[in-house]
Design a protein. Structure first.
Length: 151
């Protein structure tokens, strides 16, 4: 790994330890996912949040909203949880997904969800949060098909 990456990892370890010592807790910031019959792509970010902050408040205040990604300089000032294990509940099944060194989760998981907007539940050992996923029907001409051009 490059020297800058090693320095960044060390700084993140120090900052994460300092914040955890002050009561900050792991939270999940959900992003909108998508899928088709048989699978879904789930995306999220594992971050640290101040004590007593609900997962919804984290998404709305510190990190942007769950409906849009953090952009610009704010993305550099989030306390991430590198390599954290996020539990993803889809229907009646639970899967473990591991975040990367930036705290991002991006996984494709098996799922049997109906076409349309659905929700999966994400947790990082604390309060679970819902993540929206759009399941599209394969083939042309359906309302939720991958090839449909109507909105």
């Amino acid at each position: 790994m490059h020297v800058a990456a090693r320095l960044e990892d060390r700084l993140n370890t120090v900052v994460g330890g300092w914040l955890t010592g002050r009561g900050w807790v792991p939270r999940v910031e959900p992003y909108t996912g998508y899928g088709a019959p048989g699978w879904v792509r789930v995306m999220a970010r594992a971050v640290l949040a101040p004590p007593g902050t609900s997962a919804r408040e984290v998404a709305e205040t510190d990190l942007g909203s769950a409906d849009r990604a953090v952009r610009g300089w704010r993305g550099f000032f989030t306390a991430k949880v590198p390599f954290g294990t996020v539990q993803v509940r889809i229907g009646g099944r639970t899967h473990d997904a591991r975040a990367d060194r930036g705290g991002y989760v991006d996984v494709v998981l098996p799922a049997d969800l109906e076409p349309g907007w659905q929700q999966v539940t994400l947790s990082l050992g604390g309060e679970p949060v819902a993540a929206p996923v759009l399941v599209v029907r394969p083939g042309p001409g359906s309302r939720w098909s991958a090839t449909s051009t109507t909105r």
